[in-house]
Design a binder for this molecule. Structure first.
Ligand code: ATP
Ligand code: MG
Length: 589
């Protein structure tokens, strides 16, 4: 069915919305695809809904093609299954919770592992029923701490989530690979540039895990890739290659020195250089120091636990890497009140002397994996204005374990081949991972095997951000004038613009619209009589249908113009053969 601008429920805006930080958000609002209702909550307007449905269709086709079966769970869910899996608590403030009139607890589903697992348990009981892959395309609710960038991080959003159910690891590997291949086809068809990176399995447990990231400078995820061997990983999942232990037999005994006014690494390094020049001729660097950072972990049950992290002084603790390591606990700053409650911590001069569950602070202490036995450090002496030098890991201090929380930098060694890593940013579009038996165990999903023995099923979990994909496609397909949709996803096949005052032009445009419609071409017809040609062209460029046909003054000489929105190329074609020309232009001839 053709759409007519004279009656379409659409108002384009010339001004950028004040709250929009990224191009996709600005353009989708300005071009009349979505409207904000509340932070992270959007209405799909007619044009937006058409693009959304097309993205959804691509996802659905590729899921169906691997034999996954579509179903649909409710969004309003009872507490009990989430209680059984431990996530009623784990999810903390991210879940929208509500009570019914009897006072019973409900939630709006942030993700549906529990429901899928229980549905299979409900209906299937034999190995003969497996393998099984089922999916839904459904609205999810998460009370995100920072909804941002329009559809990119919503509080209500649409996800395709699928789950595979297999008897054993070999089956799971196969289901995982099928999904991976389907995802490659989906993201190829959606037409944005993406990378597949190793990922953390996150709160859901499990082992093998990969993300599909759309490359984007303003993406929230940082990943590294290795030009040497092709290794690629979300920074959250990078494991630092652990150096071999060092022989410390030549290092003198540790000694505490006065280092007045050196609460920062820079001031410390400057003071060391001036007061304690090194014997080996080289200058002190931040990497010679061990920085101890204390944070507060807030566990799902609300308990607060201080945690100390030791990293080489030339690196910061990376918030996202740390968050991924301590999930489901969340990280908060260790504030003045916390310091007051732990007087053994000398702010700016905290050292391993007091850190560790066995030491005076009782605070759990985790080290960066680079701090191997035998390495010597300058670090806090736990007294204001004093540091300890030649403090050797393993000889003079130990910790409760290691943690991958230090920032990953360009040039760091690739964990797989040693080459220098490069970093870039992206938007997480899809996530596939081998969930294993966590939910099957928690919810007791077992089937009878060939020998009549009960076995716990192993699962895979696979998500695509469908509403996020609309924004992501827009993010990767626009110019200074507006959106430029890939053909398969555009809200229409052709944007037909009738210009001027001449009634013959409007009659012809109407006729051409009907003729194209009859050939299955979706037309967005600009038949507005009051709007100037300039306004119409601007709107056509903003809306971003890939083919623009202009009917105007040329009609009197028997021509219309076909314009490619992406390249800007235009050509005149005879008005009496316009249907065939348009079909050729859009690749349907
Ligand atoms: P993120 O790290 O971006 O918060 P996630 O790891 O929590 O995402 P999953 O639970 O793996 O996300 O969800 C699967 C997919 O759903 C993601 O790959 C992403 O494309 C999409 N998605 C997740 N959260 C949102 C959101 N708040 N708004 C829009 N899409 C989202
Ligand atoms: Mg994820």
């Amino acid at each position: 069915m053709a759409m007519r601008m004279s009656s379409l429920f659409l108002r384009t805006l010339r001004e950028n919305p004040a709250d929009a930080e990224v191009p996709s958000h600005r353009l989708l609002v300005r071009a009349g695809y979505v409207r904000r209702v509340s932070p992270g909550i959007y209405t799909w307007l007619p044009l937006g809904l058409r693009v959304f449905r097309r993205v959804e269709a691509v996802v659905r086709e590729e899921m169906d093609a691997i034999g996954a079966q579509e179903l649909l769970f409710p969004a309003l869910l009872p507490r009990e299954p989430y209680e059984a899996s431990g996530r009623w608590e784990e999810y903390g403030p991210n879940v929208f919770r509500l009570k019914d009139r009897r006072g019973d607890d409900y939630l709006l589903g942030p993700t549906h592992e529990e429901m899928f697992t229980l549905a299979v348990k409900d209906l299937f009981s034999s190995y003969k029923d497996l393998p099984l892959s089922i999916y839904q395309i459904q609205t999810k609710y998460r009370d995100e701490a920072r909804p941002r960038a329009g559809l990119l991080r919503g509080r209500e959003f649409v996800m395709k989530d699928s789950y595979s159910f297999d008897l054993d690891e070999a089956g799971l590997d196969k289901s995982y690979q099928l999904h991976r291949d389907a995802y490659v086809r989906i993201f190829d068809r959606l037409g944005f540039h993406y990378v597949i990176v190793q990922a953390m399995a996150g709160a859901m447990g499990g082992s093998k895990s990969e993300e599909f990231l759309a490359t984007a400078e303003n993406g929230e995820d940082t990943y590294v890739h290795c030009p040497g061997c092709g290794y690629a990983a979300n920074v959250e999942a990078v494991r630092v290659p652990v150096p071999d232990p060092v022989d410390a037999s030549g290092v003198p005994a540790a000694h505490v020195e006065d280092t007045p006014d050196t609460p920062t690494i820079d001031t410390l390094v400057a003071h060391l250089e001036q007061a304690f020049p090194r014997g080996d001729g080289r200058a002190w660097t931040a990497a010679d120091t061990l920085k101890n950072v204390v944070v507060t972990l807030v566990h799902p049950d609300g308990t607060r636990e201080p945690l100390a992290i030791g990293v080489p002084g030339d690196r910061d603790v990376d918030e996202k890497r740390l968050a991924a390591q301590v999930e489901p606990a969340v990280v908060q700053a260790f504030d003045e009140k916390d310091f007051a409650a732990h007087p053994v911590l000398a702010k700016g001069y905290i050292g391993p002397g007091v850190l560790g569950s066995e030491r005076s602070s009782g605070i759990r202490y985790l080290l960066d994996p680079r701090v191997v036995d035998g390495t010597a450090w300058v670090t806090g002496a736990d007294e204001t204005g004093r540091h300890v030098l030649d403090l050797v890991a393993g000889r003079d201090f130990t910790a409760d374990g290691t943690i991958e929380a230090a920032e990953v930098r360009d040039g760091d060694a690739c964990p797989s081949c040693g080459h220098a890593l490069e970093s870039a940013r992206g938007i997480e579009m899809g996530h596939i991972f081998q969930l294993g038996r966590k939910y099957a165990e928690a919810l007791d999903l077992q089937v009878l095997d060939e020998n009549g023995k009960l076995r716990t099923v192993t699962m895979g979990s696979y998500g695509v951000g469908v509403s996020r994909a609309v924004a992501c496609v827009a993010e990767g397909n626009h110019d200074e004038l507006g959106l430029v949709w890939p053909r398969e996803l555009a809200p229409a096949d052709v944007h037909l613009v009738a210009t001027g005052k001449d009634q013959a032009v409007y009659d012809y445009a109407e006729e051409l619209t009907r003729a194209l419609d009859a050939r299955g071409v979706e037309v967005l017809l600009d038949d507005r009589k009051q709007a100037s040609p300039g306004v119409k062209f601007k709107d056509a460029e903003l809306v971003g249908v890939p083919t623009i046909v202009v009917v105007g003054r040329g009609l009197a000489e028997g021509t219309v113009e076909i314009k490619d929105r992406r390249s800007g190329e235009r050509r005149e074609v005879p008005s009496d053969g316009a249907v065939e020309e348009v079909l050729r232009e859009i690749g349907r001839a």
